[in-house]
Design a protein around this ligand. Structure first.
Ligand code: BGC
Ligand code: BGC
Length: 731
């Protein structure tokens, strides 16, 4: 439809119809819909139900075909519904959790994953996914770090943009869906790492560290944006006119649909900025929130607010037009079923190609934290005991893969047996995933584990460990310990797993820990005991095969930490891009009056960017094409990388820049680029990056986004702690 036709359509609609376009009802109001937030009290009339223009969390080709057909027949202008849901790390074929996808440092793989998700979801009738989440995260206590791609603004931006490209294509391509960027803004900065908590950020830090990743997704053409639950500068985002109108729309140029998060309009009452639902509706629409997700505020109160002159009818027109434009962009007026297709749904979901893509992404996301005496890879001749509650767990998809099914997961034990045969392998759970005393509120451990005889399970594991050459310990946190509303004050492994580790280490010195988690954990105790640690995260449907291939060296781990593993929870929040302080700690513990902890290091156990593989690399010093950089020109920074090990391997080279002196304090280092190179043993290759003045800009003392002349240090190395550097001057 042409814009003029859309406007004509809008002008022929009643006020109730227009408001209906601004409403998204939770799927559980219909049969088969999922619920992903607190159930609200809707008490809809026939007419309200008939006019509400969108559903959340309903999927399935035949179900949505029927719903769409019946709805359109009853709608006065036969305007189609738009279906949205959370397709976060895959639809039915689950990919690794987003934090793990960040660890790939491979936007191409992340884009492919989003495309696979879009193909499956669009066949099942979905039009929009609530992804990417581009929230900056610095605090591993926050359960939603698993949904982000990590602690770095630049990496997050690359990944968010890749997801948008993957989901959307150009939106007319078959198998695409629209993307919705979230949670705008600053949600990941929750105080104390507690979900839904307040965020306290300076305007400068918001702009420097938080907005760039959102901006990258918008620049990639992301169709929608979602508000965040938190306050920023004491104003809840969903009522923050400055944030939504001045920053998001005017500065960042966003012209699409802005939707609230689940019930966030109604929650303005809990925040204490609205006295009732009508006041909340007024605040939100005036802030620029087009759609009200899963709250009764717009549908129940907006009509009266407009009729009594409290809310301008222009705001309703603007919001409704944007929703109609989105429906039009998706082609729903021409074909309200879009790519919904029962046959495609059957054929595409969990097809071999999609499983293979998920496996490749999982392999690229594993991070080898340490590997003493080349404990990994395993050899087929060794006797290996695979022990721990994750050795045969089906719960590998993470709590946001809401449409993935555990029965479709290929677990580690099955994959190992298929790949290696039973001869040199033995298996035992050793202990439950969580201690019975640490049961998660609202979630039950699998029954078998609840009834596990703890001592007998431990003894069985110890005797297998004794008889083996090496032990693979599959440990980790319960999948429900991460995700929304899963903040934790203690991020160590459950006591029963640490006891299992102790007992196994007593009888076998070759212990390899495979760690399943949705956040960086405090593993400093475990770190001293294990010969090797491979972080598997929550690797998705094909987690088992990806791991068995990696453990036996058919694939090599190449992932790099997208978020540091802290030394202990007391360091949080933590990020490598911290500012220079007046009293920096230089590592000399004899110095008293410096910025440091007395009882633990300042630096994390494993830093951002860290990850080993099955070979080793040597870096040459950094070469610069010039030591002067003029505005409008560029210089090249390069390094020669040599494979010094005995296996072929892939190295991810990272470019960091430090601004030596600025009008405001500058970070010690910031990631500005990354690239990978694959080398045979003994082979060397050059990796180069172009540096331009634009890459050196920041929000200066006058709040102008600009660069300042002076000295800059360029680092090229394997992680954020690299000191391999050279300097140039910007003039
Ligand atoms: C979450 C969003 C999600 C929405 C819909 C909310 O609770 O914060 O990330 O998209 O629910 O399920
Ligand atoms: C402290 C001040 C103190 C000053 C003089 C500084 O290190 O921060 O509180 O008054 O020394 O002793």
């Amino acid at each position: 439809m042409h814009t003029s036709e859309l406007k004509k359509l809008l002008s022929s609609m009643s006020l109730e119809e227009k408001i209906g376009q601004l409403v998204q009802l939770p799927g559980n109001l219909q049969q088969g819909g999922l619920i992903t937030g607190p159930a609200g009290n809707f008490d809809l009339t026939e007419e309200e139900l008939r006019l509400s223009g969108s559903y959340l969390s309903m999927v399935g080709a035949s179900q949505l075909r029927q719903l769409q057909t019946e709805y359109m027949a009853r709608h006065p202008h036969h305007i189609p519904l738009i279906f949205m849901a959370d397709v976060i790390n895959g639809y039915r074929t689950a990919f690794p959790i987003p934090l793990a996808q960040g660890c790939t440092f491979r936007p191409d793989l992340v884009e492919e994953g989003a495309r696979v998700a879009a193909k499956e979801a669009s066949a099942a009738g979905l039009h929009v996914t609530f992804s990417p989440m581009a929230d900056m995260v610095h605090d591993a206590r926050w359960g939603r770090v698993m949904e982000s791609t990590g602690e770095d603004a630049y990496l997050n931006g690359c990944m968010a943009a890749a997801m948008v490209r993957g989901y959307q294509g150009n939106l007319t391509d078959r198998g695409t869906i629209a993307a919705c960027l979230k949670h705008f803004a600053g949600y990941g900065g929750a105080e104390g790492g507690r979900d839904y908590n307040s965020v306290e950020l300076s305007c400068r830090t918001l702009r420097e560290e938080y907005l760039p990743a959102y901006k990258a997704a918008l620049d990639a053409g992301c169709a929608m944006v979602m508000t965040s639950f938190n306050t920023l500068d004491r104003i809840p985002s969903t009522a923050n006119r400055w944030l939504m109108r001045d920053v998001l729309r005017d500065e960042m140029g966003f012209a699409g649909v802005l939707i609230s998060d689940w019930a966030a309009v109604a929650e303005l009452i809990n925040h204490g900025v609205a006295e009732d639902a009508a006041a909340a509706a007024k605040l939100a629409i005036e802030a620029g929130v087009d759609m009200d997700m899963a709250s009764p505020c717009y549908i129940k109160y907006m009509k009266k607010l407009v009729e009594e002159g409290t809310v301008s009818p222009d705001l309703i027109d603007q919001g409704a037009l944007r929703v109609l434009e989105l429906k039009n962009l998706l082609g729903l007026f021409e074909n309200p079923y879009r790519f919904l297709d029962e046959a495609d749904e059957e054929k595409l979901i969990l097809c071999e190609e999609h499983r293979l893509s998920a496996r490749r992404c999982a392999e690229a996301s594993f991070v080898l934290l340490k590997n003493e005496q080349q404990a990994l890879p395993l050899s087929s001749q060794e006797k290996v005991a695979v022990i721990g509650p994750y050795m045969n767990a089906q719960t590998l998809c993470g709590s946001w893969a809401v449409f993935a099914e555990e029965k479709d997961v290929y677990n580690l034990q099955d994959a190992l047996l298929r790949q290696q045969g039973p001869e040199n392998l033995s298996f035992a759970p050793g202990c439950p995933m969580v201690d019975p005393s640490e049961q998660l509120v609202g979630f039950k451990c699998p029954v078998a584990q609840e009834q596990m005889d703890l001592e007998a399970a431990l003894q069985e594991a110890v005797s297998l460990a004794k008889a083996a050459d090496k032990v693979v310990l599959a440990l980790g946190e319960h999948k429900e310990c991460t995700g929304e509303a899963a903040s934790r004050g203690d991020i160590t492994l459950p006591a029963c797993q640490l006891r299992l580790l102790d007992e196994v280490c007593k009888v076998n010195e070759n212990v390899i820990v495979v760690l399943f988690c949705g956040r960086p954990l405090d593993i400093h105790a475990l770190n001293e005991r294990a010969k090797a640690i491979l972080v598997a995260w929550l690797p998705g449907t094909e987690g088992g095969p990806a791991l068995s291939r990696t453990l036996y060296g058919h694939a090599a781990p190449t992932g790099r930490l997208s978020m540091a593993f802290p030394y202990a929870v007391g360091q949080l929040p933590l990020h490598y891009t911290h500012l220079k302080t007046g009293r920096p700690y230089n590592g000399n513990p004899a110095l008293r009056f410096v910025s440091r902890y007395q009882d633990m290091p300042n630096h994390p156990l494993y830093p951002f960017g860290h990850g080993l593989t099955y070979t080793s690399f040597r870096y040459s010093p950094v070469q610069l094409s010039n030591t002067l950089l003029k505005k409008g020109e560029s210089l090249t920074a390069s390094v020669i990388v040599e494979n010094t090990g005995s296996r072929p391997g892939t190295e991810t080279v990272q470019l960091y820049i430090r601004d030596q002196v600025g009008s405001v304090a500058r970070p010690v280092k910031e990631l500005k680029g990354f690239d990978y190179i694959t080398l045979r043993p003994g082979e060397e290759g050059t990796v180069s990056f172009t540096i331009t003045e634009e890459m050196l800009r920041f929000w200066n003392i006058d709040m102008k986004y600009t660069s300042e002349p002076g000295e800059f240090i360029v680092f090229l190395g394997p992680d954020s702690q690299t000191e391999n550097a050279a300097s140039f001057t910007l003039c």
